[in-house]
Design a protein. Structure first.
Length: 261
């Protein structure tokens, strides 16, 4: 008797119709992100934020040297970068990477999402940190590392919970929450300490983007707790698409209105 092969379970809600719908969403979001990137580049000023460094000049406990400039980050270009990364991601998943994207979705996974977020979301959190006075190069590296770790734990959450599983682990999710909280604690500390000198639009950026970042975590939690419509992996994927567009657009145009116009 010939051995039988079983078909791997497919993620809930991922069928041909939902995949066609997601392709249309990805094509639409390609246009929306790309158009905003171009608009920012055309309209923005040359405003830049300087990343600084203070180096040791003696044994431990010795006063640090005066800060020196490391690099000037053009804010308009940084905004255009995360918008362009999103546009490229959506274009790839709808065209040349479509077969891999759809195959991954059937397995309850989207590697393209996590790769893009590890770059675009990290640029976003670094900009938020800049606007709250976190510009020392060592602190910036810490923000980058913590945020990338958070994104990769999100990827691991999907890898460890394939369709057809008999139990669900939330351990990578909670580890990711711990890693992702670190930049926000640092940003909140600076914001509260300098609250009397911080422009109102910076408070607006902080509150709105904090809500959006937490919404990404909530979306994944709802997926793996299988709450309501989130039992469908396709619905969770569409929610990620919407959140990505709104969060990136909100940060781009709040910064534009506050300091780039």
């Amino acid at each position: 008797m010939a051995p039988t092969t079983s078909t791997p379970p497919t993620a809930a809600g991922v069928d041909d119709a939902s995949l066609r719908g997601l392709r249309h969403w990805n094509l639409g979001l390609t246009v929306l992100h790309a158009a905003q990137a171009v608009a920012v580049l055309v309209l923005a000023s040359d405003f830049a934020i300087t990343v600084i460094a203070s180096y040791a000049q003696g044994p431990p406990g010795t006063a640090l040297a005066d800060p020196e400039s490391v690099v000037d980050v053009n804010v308009g270009w940084a905004i255009a970068a995360f918008l362009t990364l999103a546009a490229v991601d959506h274009l790839v998943t709808a065209t040349v990477g479509r077969r891999r994207y759809e195959s991954d979705l059937r397995r309850g996974l989207n590697a393209f999402r996590w790769v893009e977020y590890s770059f675009s979301a990290t640029i976003m959190i670094v900009l938020i940190a800049f606007y709250n006075g976190i510009v020392e190069v060592s602190a910036v590296f810490g923000v980058i590392g913590a945020n990338v770790a958070m994104i990769l734990f999100g990827w691991l959450q999907e890898l460890m919970n394939p369709p057809g599983r008999t139990s669900t682990t939330m351990l990578p999710f909670w580890f990711g929450c711990v890693a992702g909280a670190a930049p926000w604690v640092a940003i909140t500390w600076n914001l509260v300490a300098a609250r009397e000198d911080v422009p109102g639009f910076v408070f607006g950026i902080f509150v709105s983007l904090f809500v959006f970042f937490m919404s990404f975590a909530l979306n994944q939690w709802l997926q793996y707790r299988e709450v309501g419509r989130w039992r469908s992996y396709a619905f969770g994927e569409k929610s990620y698409l919407v959140l990505s567009l709104v969060a990136k657009s909100a940060l781009a145009w709040q910064i534009f209105a506050g300091s780039l116009a």
